[in-house]
Design a protein around this ligand. Structure first.
Ligand code: ARG
Ligand code: ZN
Length: 886
């Protein structure tokens, strides 16, 4: 049944304390739950309905005596409860089977160890409970297990007791001093070892930090621990938020549906976001670990101390926490250039994934209004667009105002379950007179309106009057259930670039700019006049990507090249290059006929060469600036009738031309960047590895039968000193289709077959390999027969299936529709094992309705085939039903 935001009602009962005794056993785990429950006096008397899911109920006791109960679906209903507000004791005894739990929600097993995942609604798979985030309780947990098989027993809070039991078993009792909703509950039991570190923070408090992993993985925990220390210090420095626990634990598991989970004091992570050593993890992995460790740690305040009233408010914690982890990573990156590189990466994700989501069947507001399955709403809209909304708040308030707002937020709401409205109201209340406070109701449309707003801009220079006039207008396309949209509050950071490449002074007639360079657009249309403009400028709008909108503005190639060469805003400098490339691609796609073999103009190539050779630019920036927009991003710019094969062909033609025309420059870039010495994952050396990797790929692509560069790449796969260089070399070889690639893959596998995270990379690289003569799908089918492949492990399933269905457009969008048939089969197979992962795979077909024929018809048929399956999970059902409604 659909759940609706406006149907929210406070719980009829509160649960104050939870005392759990868990006897861990893979086949049959026994859970005794003792609850102190009382009626919520603000709500009319009604039965107590406890949520459950796949539980076996053995006994229920009320104040120590047997009592009547009934089942209503999966809910346990108790009607004959004491009247009045006095607390009563409930004892519920259930069992569950962790070894049969392939959904990985609730209590499950990974590599013989026990783990839990309770967000959003996994706690009800452990015991009957009021499984909703606004019910907060104090937890005491006793774990019992065989001592030899599960020597380490962990839960939230502090260890208060431990000891031996009969029959080789042992126990541990944990008490969490902080009240929490049940989605933050966690248990871990296993053969684990910890890297430990003590830190004393600026406030003088001492804490024990632990990173728990399997024995043998300890040498891969240093980076995670360092990231955790940095995150703790950063949150105290930047926001005054202190660690409120004596002990803070991070645990890695190799079977996990998502990235990680912020359980109070006991964060559980997908091992991909914990384990790293230079030999097996890439620069991107190191960066992601820092970001995710930061993210989960920052949830301790934005999520755990202040949590969500209901799941429609998910972005309250996720948007804010992504904003915080992005800010953390930027501060850790250091230089202005490294900060910009981080920002560009975040915007690429937002524009390729979130904009597509906002334009497709799953479009929803940052605060959704309804869902069938909440897990489907852990989306890039909730997370990344939510973070952009918080970033706009910071832009409107300034850094100090933002800090004042957050201070008030914790003053008001610490220990409570609140809403997005509470957050934004607090930010406005803390900053009277701010651009946010002045137009709060309008700003709040960012939470309620789905879809990506479009800002159109037109400039006009009047030489005689020395004025530059900018006409701005905004609109937002209709989305499901929201046919008409109201104008939004859009902070536009801007500059006017002069002939010499420097910014001209900005004087706005009849108004002031926020912070000197931000226009707050709130009308459907506005005209801005800048005076004292002594020369015709090149406008640079939406600097730093100051709002999650699509900017449409006419620009000549010369203007774009001028900005690519000079824009003082590194984000827009990069963006000018992307626009240039995008225009070429779109012109080729509009032209029809044969795909031109060399679509880039000489001037365009010269501009790119200049960037590549610019001694003042960081390698990381160059690698981004020389990269072409992705195929799905190009597809998103088209009105419809998307021919994925033609987009691929056009982009490939551009890439080949870039490879050939700049061959000498690539060689130069390779020579200057390929040796970064002893590995450290810092932004400067990782940038050099990225540029060297791109150069190598280009040189292989331009090899034209000459074996020199493929030979070098092959050699590098064999003897690179770190995984970044090795993976880049393997990708370069695969990318040019050289016969050495097969041997390189074999050697790579032989060397790393015992490193699960590297085997994932090995699958993913092949899933994304070029589709030479329709070879991609048969290769994927063959890989599914590989002894290391399994649908049961989410990382493995994702590496191959997502790698192919979303990372290999040319291979996937086959003319014969076989890619889509494969997709349908895998969605169904996965759904029987793990609906959450299946629903994610299902979403790779979101853009089907914009495809041209024959793809469109074949895609529809494949989706309909999935929808016709009677035993579908709610997760997949919601995705395919919405898709078919397009
Ligand atoms: N709160 C976690 C995070 O963002 C994600 C948990 C998602 N899990 C789920 N079953 N939906 O860090
Ligand atoms: Zn999160």
């Amino acid at each position: 049944a659909v759940t609706r935001r406006l149907d929210y009602a406070p719980p009829a009962f509160w649960i104050d304390t939870v005392d759990l005794s868990i006897d861990l056993d893979p086949a049959k785990t026994r859970v005794l739950s003792k609850l102190t429950v009382r009626r919520n006096p603000d709500v009319p008397a009604q039965p107590l309905k406890l949520d459950g899911d796949e539980l076996n109920l053995a006994r229920v006791l009320l104040d120590g005596a047997g009592c009547s109960f009934r089942m209503e679906g999966e809910q346990l209903v108790l009607e004959n409860l004491p009247e009045g507000d006095a607390p009563f004791a409930l004892e519920i005894f259930t069992t569950c089977s962790p070894e049969k739990n392939s959904k990985l929600m609730g209590l499950f097993m990974s590599g013989g160890d026990f783990f839990t995942q309770c967000e959003s609604e996994g706690f009800r798979r452990i015991t009957y409970f009021l499984d909703r985030p606004d019910v907060m309780a104090t937890y005491t947990v006793t774990l019992r297990a065989d001592k030899q098989r599960w020597p380490v027993l962990l839960s939230n809070g502090n260890l208060v007791d431990a000891g031996e039991l009969e029959g080789g078993r042992h126990y541990a009792t944990w008490h969490d001093p902080h009240k929490k909703p049940c989605y933050l509950f966690a248990v871990v039991a296993g053969k684990l070892v910890a890297r430990e570190q003590r830190i004393t923070t600026r406030s003088g408090n001492n804490h024990l930090l632990q990173v728990w992993v399997r024995p043998g993985d300890l040498d891969q925990t240093e980076h995670a621990m360092n990231s955790l220390v940095h995150a703790i210090l950063w949150d105290e420095w930047r926001f005054g938020l202190k660690l409120d626990l004596e002990r803070f634990m991070v645990v890695a598991t190799s079977d996990f549906n998502f990235g990680a989970m912020e359980n109070k004091g006991l964060n559980i992570f997908n091992s991909k976001y914990v384990l790293a050593k230079p030999a097996t993890a890439t620069d991107a992995d190191f960066e992601a670990i820092e970001g995710v460790i930061g993210h989960e740690y920052f949830h301790n305040w934005t999520g755990d101390r202040v949590t969500c009233r209901d799941w429609f408010q998910l972005s309250l914690k996720e948007g804010l926490t992504v904003f915080r982890d992005q800010s953390f990573s930027m501060d850790m990156a250091g230089t202005a250039s490294a900060r910009a590189v981080k920002r560009i990466g975040d915007v690429i994700t937002l524009r390729t994934v979130q904009f597509a989501e906002d334009a497709g069947p799953m479009a929803h507001p940052v605060r959704p209004d309804e869902y069938l399955e909440i897990t489907n709403f852990y989306t890039t809209t909730i997370y990344e667009k939510g973070a952009e909304v918080v970033r706009m708040v910071e832009t409107l308030l300034g850094r100090e105002g933002f800090r004042r707002g957050l201070d008030l937020y914790f003053q008001r709401h610490d220990g409570h379950a609140v809403t997005c409205d509470d957050f934004i109201q607090t930010m406005a209340d803390a900053t009277p007179g701010s651009a946010l406070a002045e137009r709060l109701p309008q700003f709040k449309l960012w939470y309620s309106q789905a879809g990506t707003p479009v800002v159109r801009a037109q400039g006009h220079y009047d030489a005689a009057a020395q004025t530059y006039t900018l006409q701005l207008s905004q609109s937002c396309p209709p989305t499901a259930g929201q046919p008409a949209k109201q104008p939004m509050l859009i902070p536009l950071r801007l500059g006017l670039v002069g002939l010499d490449g420097r910014d001209l002074p900005l004087t706005l007639q009849g108004g002031a700019l926020l912070h000197g360079d931000v226009v707050v657009l709130h009308e459907p249309a506005a005209t801005l006049v800048f005076s004292g403009v002594t020369q015709e400028p090149v406008p640079s709008l939406l600097r730093g990507f100051s709002a999650p909108v699509k900017l449409q503005m006419e620009a000549t190639p010369e203007q774009l090249m001028h900005r690519l060469a000079h824009d003082s805003d590194p984000f827009n400098r990069w963006e000018a290059g992307q626009q240039l490339a995008l225009r070429v691609a779109l012109a080729q796609l509009a032209a029809g006929g044969e795909v031109a073999p060399a679509p880039l103009s000489d001037a365009h190539l010269a501009a790119l060469r200049a960037v590549l050779r610019d001694a003042a630019l960081d390698a990381a920036f160059k690698a981004l600036a020389l990269g072409l927009p992705g195929e799905s991003y190009i597809a998103d710019q088209l009105p419809g009738n998307v021919d994925p094969q033609r987009i691929h062909a056009v982009r490939e033609a551009m890439r080949r031309q870039l490879a050939h025309a700049l061959r000498a420059d690539w060689q130069w870039a390779w020579e200057h960047n390929h040796d970064t010495g002893a590995y450290t994952p810092d932004p400067v050396s990782s940038g050099r590895r990225a540029l060297a990797g791109l150069a190598l790929a280009m040189l292989c692509l331009a090899a034209d039968g000459d074996a020199v560069w493929p030979g070098k790449a092959y050699q590098r796969v064999k003897d690179a000193g770190n995984m970044t260089d090795r993976e880049n070399a393997l990708q370069a070889l695969l990318g040019c289709g050289h016969p050495l690639a097969a041997r390189a893959l074999e050697g790579f596998y032989a060397r790393f077959s015992h490193e699960a995270l590297v085997v994932d990379k090995w699958f993913a690289l092949q899933a994304r390999a070029p589709d030479v003569a329709g070879s991609a799908l048969p290769a994927v089918l063959a890989l599914m027969q590989h002894p290391d492949f399994t649908l049961k492990n989410p990382n493995r399933a994702r590496s191959l299936l997502f790698g192919f269905c979303s990372g290999n457009p040319a291979g996937f969008h086959r003319l014969d529709g076989a890619g889509y048939t494969f997709w349908a089969g895998q969605v169904l197979a996965l759904d029987a094992i793990n609906p959450q992962v299946a629903a994610r795979l299902a979403r790779t077909m979101d853009a089907w309705a914009r495809l041209a024929e024959p793809w469109r018809g074949a895609a529809r048929e494949a989706i309909a085939r999935v929808a016709a399956q009677p035993k579908l999970s709610n997760d997949v059902r919601e995705v395919v039903t919405r898709a078919l409604a397009e």
